[in-house]
Write a protein that binds this ligand. Sequence first.
Ligand code: PHE
Length: 334
Amino acid sequence: LLQRGLADLHASTDEPALKAWNTRYFGPTGEVPAATKKVATLPPPERKGYGQEANRVKEALSQAYEQSLATVKEAALLASLNANPLDVTLPGRRGPLGRPHIASRVLRNIYSVFADMGFQVYRSREVEDDLTNFELLNMPPHHPARDMWDTFHTTTPGVILRTHTSPGQIHVMREMVPNPIRVILPGMVYRYEQVTTRSEMQFHQVEGLVVGEGITMADLKGTITSFARRMFGQERQIRIRSSYFPFTEPSIEVDIDWPKEDPNADRLTKGTGWLEIMGAGMIHPTVLRNGGYDPDRVSGFAFGMGPQRITMLQYAIDDIRQFWSNDLRFLRQF
Ligand code: PHE
């Protein structure tokens, strides 16, 4: 049995053949169990010798089987490696790494410039009421200045999407009164407008609000000048033009000059040399009062800018819709 078993085993050269061999010799009706069982039919004196011999054969065959199986498996593995060569020393492929959106990068830049001047970031709601977005900012119902902001209304009367970050002024003041305030309020605003390359129905604004004793227009000018220089270069000059907003008095618009060395300067400034970056002004006494402050004791200034507009100018982006279109070809440029 041993000789025959070994000869059969060596004739089995792959895994299925070896498995078949195993069944034939070691299966429930296999030859090895059959031979072992024979011990019972022998006269007692012969049983011990036969049993020992049977065990020896069984051991030898099962060891030879395990060995053949291992050899065949290893050969199969080697063959498959040779068929599909795999260079385990090659460096791995790097997965794509995300990065902050250009709009987020610009916002963070603005935060850090204002943080250095002692401003805190205050977040205010995007779903507002008419009262806070307009009335408390000195625009009663039917005030013609409301036309400056085309508004998204909801199906709930009086509930709207904020058209600017200025209603945040009211929330901050009511929370902080009677303490002095120095905050910026960044976030998304919404306008019911035709979407074109130049106007989107949603975009970011960053509002600034300072309230305290003895705050003057000079503080506003100084703050904006520092911001403009940190953001756009130490050489920047600002220019102030008279303007109108219902919630500031006096109201201004702020321009910065653009480096003449920049070949885009003429195109950006349309030949004037100046770029508009924000609206601003001294907080209207009515607004201070609506925020809980006494306009005879404190004063303040506010400003509001649109970072997307500024970013478009800086990077010569000619279509504002790129910001929220999630086109990787656009996003990867920054
Ligand atoms: N809220 C104004 C706008 O959306 C900007 C502004 C803010 C003007 C604060 C003055 C003061 O155009």
